[in-house]
Every structure is written in C-alpha cells, then in structure tokens.
Write a protein that binds this ligand. Structure first.
Ligand code: DOR
Ligand code: ZN
Length: 351
C-alpha cells in the first residue's frame, strides 16, 4: 500500500519515554500519544514509582492528562530500589499494573538517587521476575567516577551485565538506549531473552554534536553520545532487521532554562518528530522496508503483547522543525530544532 510519497506502517509503540508528571506531563504526553499507541513510561519521578499502588496512581494521572481520542495506553514500570518487595512486584504484574521493572544504578542519571546501590543484593527480586516473566529494563552505565564517561556503558557490560545474565539467564532483559558498538554486539550475541532499545538521537548524532562550535546542551543526554564508529554500529543494528532491536525514543523533556545552564540537565526531547526522525535515518540507509519491524513489531513480540492493528501514515514532505515549542509547563527545544526532515507524520488510520 505504500508509495514513495507515503509510507503506511503498523502503528508503532515507544518502549522508553519520560512522560514526567503534573504540568510537564500535560504538556508532553500528547506528542507521544499522537504517534504511538503504547509507551513504556519511565518511573524516575520525584518521588519515583516504586510500588503497585504508586504505579496505578501514575497510570491514572497519565490517562487524565492525555487526549482520550488518541487511543493511547501507558505501560507502567516499577523503579527498582534496594528495598523493592518481590511480593508487591508480583502483585503489580498480576494486576496488570506493571509491564516491567527499571534498574537505575544509584546516581547514574536524572532522578536516580533512589536507584540500586548493589545489584547483588537484589537476587530475590530478579529470581521472582525470572519466574513470573516480568522484564528487567537496564540503564546500563556504571556510576564509578573513576571510569571515563564515554566508557561507562562498555564497563557496565563487563562488571554488571554479564554476571547478571549468567546468574539469571531466563530473565527477560532490555538494554535501554544503547550507545556503543560493544552494547550492540553484546545484544546481538545474546539469546532471545536479551534485547535493546535505540533512540533517534543516538542514530543521528555522535559526540561531536555536543561540542559543535561551542557547548550544545540540547545534544546532551545520558548515556552520552559516543564516537562515530559507535553511531554506525547502532545504525547497523537498528536497520539490520534483527528482532533484538526496537524503538525506544528516551524522549526526556527539560525546560529550556534547565538545559541551558551552568549544570544543564541530561535529556533530549525527541517525542515531537520521533517517527519522522527514525524514517529519515532508515531512508538514508536504504532500509525503509525495515522500519516497521523496528518500530511496530519487534517490541511487542519481545514483551509478549499483541501487535497494534491501526496504521499510521508518513508523507514525504519537507517538515521544518521549530526552534522551540512554547508549552504550558515550559519552553522546550525539540530534537532536530531548526532542521528540516524529509518526512511528515500524517496521522493514525483506523484499524
Ligand atoms: O538523558 C537522560 N535523561 N537520560 C536518562 O537516563 C534520564 C533522562 C531524564 O529523565 O531526563
Ligand atoms: Zn530514559
């Protein structure tokens, strides 16, 4: 049904988003919901979502904030702490509140101060998750300040990920927002219980973008963008057709003044043009025929969820991305600000 001028895809899902809370939630949620039918909502709120009751309440706040006509379903994740109760996790999974569990090493990134200080202490939790088939989502960076920021993901694989996989081989695990050739290889070489998400920004930019003629806070996120050879490895993985790699934007809004500061926040707000951004990249690689698998099929298959029945349309039209979006909660700078993308989102088609 697709012609070169339009691309019709099964409606995609976003397996990693920061929807925030309160006024920011109201300002950003419809950007995700207009394109994606489902999204994994990250639990790094203040305070974080750490129990079934908090997860249920967060889902209700998201549903109250989103335009109901968009047919959006938020998928809620439990934030793992040193004190997570396996019984509560199991209850949350059984009651359909929790789709997965997120591990942030303590202090690895935004709002991760309640994160896990020693993964080895969580064996009873991983044991239970493995037993009930509840996936673990990993922010894969060590927090050891002695490790260079550009090496923290690769070192995490050796120090934490490999031992964890060896101890819990049946645990479904997603290596989130991978940024290195080492991570892409580790996932490609793993079994069917291991998968990874890849963001649009890590496919488009390398670390030069952060220092292009001056410091560029809107290109700063965690894990930080790496060298060009790593970007190329991610592009190869995303466009390979392998079911182990799927879409997760890691859209992470911060007010413009929180980004453009002496100590600016990590995060790239890529939700507004997410699908257009991925389409531009896949087209440049001659892999548009693999976009649907990456965006709409591999994720639900990994999570054991049904594929979406609706379709979305992308039109081959020059799409200028604004410098700023003035929203209720804040002014936000979207990914690709000031650039022109070759694709425009043309809406959701009925099932
Ligand atoms: O850049 C990032 N921003 N990386 C994360 O892991 C968290 C996120 C946020 O919440 O702002
Ligand atoms: Zn994230």
């Amino acid at each position: 049904m697709s012609t070169p001028e339009t691309l019709i895809l099964r409606r995609p899902d976003d397996w990693h988003v920061h929807l925030r809370d309160g006024a920011m939630l109201r300002s950003v949620v419809n950007w995700t919901a207009r394109q994606f039918r489902r999204a994994i909502a990250m639990p790094n709120l203040v305070p974080p979502v750490t129990t079934t009751d908090e997860g249920r309440a967060y889902r209700e706040r998201i549903l109250a904030a989103v335009d109901p006509d968009l047919g959006f379903e938020p998928l809620i994740v439990c934030y793992l702490t040193d004190h997570t109760d396996p019984d509560d996790l199991q209850r949350g999974a059984a009651e359909g509140v929790f789709t997965a569990v997120k591990l942030y090493p303590a202090h690895a990134t935004t709002n991760s101060s309640h994160g896990v200080t020693d993964v080895r202490k969580l064996a009873p939790v991983f044991e239970r998750m493995q037993k009930i088939g509840l996936p673990l989502l990993l922010h894969g960076e060590v927090t050891d300040k002695a490790v260079d920021i550009f090496d923290r993901e690769a070192v995490f694989i050796e120090r934490v990920f490999q031992p964890l996989r060896a101890a819990f081989p049946g645990l479904k695990t997603v290596f989130e927002h991978i940024t290195t050739a080492e991570a892409a290889d580790f996932v490609a070489d793993g079994d069917e219980n291991l998968a990874a998400t890849i963001t649009p920004h890590h496919l488009h930019i390398n670390r030069n973008a952060i220092f292009d003629g001056g410091i560029r806070p809107h290109a700063y996120c965690l894990p930080i963008a790496k060298r060009e050879r790593h970007r190329l490895a991610l592009v190869k993985a995303a466009t390979s057709g392998s079911a182990k790699f799927f879409l997760g934007t890691d859209t992470a809004p911060h007010a413009v003044e929180a980004k453009e500061a002496a100590c600016g926040c990590a995060g790239i707000f890529c939700a507004p043009y997410a699908l257009e951004s991925y389409a531009a990249l896949f087209e440049a690689e001659g892999a548009l025929d693999r976009l649907e698998g990456f965006a709409s099929v591999h994720g639900p298959r990994f999570y054991g969820l049904p594929l979406n029945e609706e379709r979305v349309k992308l039109e081959r039209v020059a799409e200028p991305v604004p410098e700023k979006l003035e929203l209720e909660a804040a002014t936000l700078v979207p990914f690709h600000a000031g650039e022109t993308l070759g694709w425009r989102f043309g809406g959701v088609l009925p099932a």
